[in-house]
Design a protein around this ligand. Structure first.
Ligand code: MN
Length: 280
């Protein structure tokens, strides 16, 4: 019987699958990284991170990648927000997710956390924070600018992720499976945090992990929520709206801020090493 099975594979699994059947490679359709046609199935790996198995033997090929829930959960994952934004803090969250938490996330409508808009984040994040173990760190702009004098952005991120796990481990024992949405290679990550008192090890690093691991997705949502709330507070405090990102709208905003509050206050709301400061 023909069937279709859709899986989100890790980068390692994608490579393993490709390597196993690459002599059956055929022309990839639009939005696909590759397509394989081994006997009895068509396997297509899409840019979106989804891999689709079709044909009478689809389940035969997919089965070794359909992990049991018991292997998948519990898991811990972390993600950060605000590193590409001129205004606002850097927020890092780490979350612990078991299979009940994962079911709750599905119920709340979390599938692709990147696809959620701000309104959905404001609605879903408080529900998650009520129901799952997490830790959250918010590095405000004043502290960020000081720390950045001696640490590059990736070093700052690494220290925050590590500290988020240290804090999470005080709430709940960390599971075997810990995932960081990768922003720097593993060896550099550990080099950045080599001077820290407590170092959390045995972490799996993977890019685009927020859609593949619910714990990373939850952390991404919580960090985004913290960022939004921080921006709300800044707006109240300084009597103006702050734009996200680091493009022309942020430039315009910076000019308005300096005009209203003076250049000296800029380091309280912005990451001053960004190019935007030169555009003033
Ligand atoms: Mn990320």
């Amino acid at each position: 019987m023909a069937e279709t099975i859709t899986l989100k594979l890790t980068n390692t699994q994608e490579t393993k699958l490709y390597e196993a059947f690459k002599e059956h490679e055929s022309r990839a359709p639009a939005y696909a990284k590759w397509q394989l046609k081994p006997e009895g199935a068509v396997i297509t790996c899409y840019e979106s991170g989804k891999t689709v198995f079709q044909g009478k033997d689809a389940s035969v090929y997919a089965s070794s990648f359909q992990t049991a829930e018991s292997d998948e959960f519990p898991q811990a994952g972390s993600d950060e927000v605000g590193t590409g934004d001129y205004f606002g803090p850097v927020c890092v969250a780490a979350s612990y997710i078991d299979k009940d938490h994962a079911a709750l996330m599905k119920k709340l409508g979390v599938r692709d956390s990147k696809a959620l808009n701000d309104e959905q984040i404001r609605r879903i994040a408080p529900e998650l924070m009520k129901n799952i173990p997490y830790s959250l760190l918010i590095l405000d702009n004043g502290k960020y600018n000081t720390v950045h004098e001696t640490n590059n952005m990736n070093a700052i991120k690494a220290k925050l992720h590590n500290q988020a796990y240290v804090n999470l481990s005080k709430k709940i024992a960390l599971p075997k499976k810990i995932i960081i949405d990768q922003f720097t290679p593993e060896n550099l990550y550990y080099r950045y945090i080599s001077g820290e008192k407590n170092i959390i090890r045995n972490i799996h690093f993977e890019t685009k992990a927020e859609d593949k691991y619910p714990a990373v997705g939850a952390s991404s949502i919580i960090a985004r929520y913290a960022f939004l709330i921080s921006m709300d507070r800044m707006s109240e405090e300084w009597g103006m709206e702050f734009q996200k990102g680091a493009g022309a709208p942020a430039d315009k905003c910076a000019k308005e801020f300096v005009k209203k509050h003076g250049f000296d206050n800029l380091s309280k709301v912005a990451k001053i090493h960004f190019k935007n400061t030169e555009n003033l």
